[in-house]
Design a protein around this ligand. Structure first.
Ligand code: PAP
Length: 356
């Protein structure tokens, strides 16, 4: 369908827009590591002086609980992240739908170059979403942040678990950078985190994770502050911060992909709407589709960079477990659920956001 004003076909316009490139395909040179001095500094006393939760390998950094191994990466991001016009940051607490959001955002932005249906060469068919969109804390902690991000062509997609309060101004206050946030019922988040963590800590008791979450000291805690930071930012700057919920995405995936495409400045054209392209994106990124792909059944990370940004046990298949809402009921007593719900509600009261 031609655009009456310009006479151009929307599909032609779209295919002319640059598509994101999987970061695992980026070739980085041997040049100097711009983040080296920060990493050196953090390797010394800086990290060990922070309050810790040794059971969960966490440190409290600027009021937020993060994996000890991420601290140097966070400091390097804060000091050295070089923004670029059009950057898109996908933010989330862990185990809240990051993998899904990475796939959906990548497929939505890349659809001009890679139609989500009928392109056997689609990057998501050969690369795990975590190899398409880098996790910034680990990339920078590995000393590769500046190198890889500089080499990555625009538009750049990247992901973080950082609280909004500790994002550098180059992201949080940058009018040229968009943030897409996803969160999830904290009860399901904790169950997912427990299963995931047991890959490297088989002895981890769920009660340890649960108690830490209620006190605000689980990974990425306090979770209420994580959610509130992005919620408030989305209210203050809806054109720069999009706030999504995992359960809502499960309920209405197409509606949320349409919302995502509009927010990213790449809305579906009437012709695409008629052809059901948003549904194609949803199908390509569905839990079952991604889980069944050869690359995601693999027992290991699929690229050298992938290996750097993931702990060894966190192989591609580990990101796909059940992909449902409500699994908490199979693991928590009603009393535990009430306690965590109450802790969340108390902190979220008056914000205009609630998980219930
Ligand atoms: P991360 O923070 O380590 O990147 P993340 O992707 O946020 O993990 O969370 C994984 C959860 O998303 C898993 O939930 P579960 O343990 O309750 O099953 C995983 O199954 C789910 N997930 C992964 N991909 C999808 C998808 N395409 N659709 C829906 N859920 C998904």
């Amino acid at each position: 369908m031609a655009n009456a004003a310009t006479g151009t076909d929307p599909a032609t316009v779209l295919s002319a827009l640059p598509a994101p490139v999987p970061f695992k395909d980026v070739v980085v040179g041997d040049g100097d590591d711009a983040d080296a001095s920060v990493l050196e500094e953090c390797a010394g006393a800086a990290v060990s002086a922070l309050p810790s939760n040794p059971k969960l390998f966490l440190r409290r950094y600027l009021g937020t609980w993060v994996l000890e191994t991420w601290v140097p990466g966070i400091v390097a991001i804060q000091r050295g992240f070089a923004p670029r016009r059009g950057d898109v940051v996908l933010a989330s607490p862990p185990k809240c739908g990051t993998t899904w959001l990475k796939a959906l955002a990548f497929a939505t932005m890349a659809r001009g170059a890679h139609p989500p249906a009928g392109d056997p060469g689609h990057p998501l068919l050969r690369a795990n979403p975590h190899d398409c969109v880098p996790f910034m804390e680990r990339l920078f902690a590995a000393g590769l942040g500046s190198k890889v991000m500089d080499a990555l062509p625009s538009p750049r997609l990247m992901a973080t678990h950082m609280h909004h309060s500790i994002l550098p101004a180059s992201i949080a206050e940058n009018p040229d950078c968009k943030i897409v946030y996803i969160c999830r019922d904290p009860k399901d988040m904790l169950i997912s985190m427990w299963h995931f963590s047991r890959r490297i800590r088989p002895d981890l008791a769920f009660s340890d994770l649960f108690e830490a979450a209620c006190e605000g000291s689980c990974l990425s805690g306090p979770i209420w502050d994580h959610v509130l930071g992005y919620w408030n930012a989305s209210k203050a700057s809806p054109e720069r911060v999009l706030f999504l919920r995992y359960e809502e995405m499960l309920r209405d995936p197409v509606g949320n992909v349409v919302k995502l495409s509009q927010f990213l400045g790449r809305p579906f054209s009437p012709a695409e709407a008629e052809a059901g392209v948003a549904m194609d994106v949803v199908r390509l990124c569905s839990f079952q589709k991604l889980k069944d792909l050869e690359v995601n059944r693999a027992d290991s990370g699929s690229s050298p960079l992938g290996g750097v940004i993931r702990e060894g046990a966190f192989v591609n298949s580990s990101y796909f477990r059940r992909g449902e809402a409500g699994d908490w009921a199979n693991h928590m007593t009603p009393e535990m659920a009430r306690r965590l719900d109450a802790a969340m509600e108390e902190r979220l009261r008056g914000s205009g956001f609630s998980f219930s």
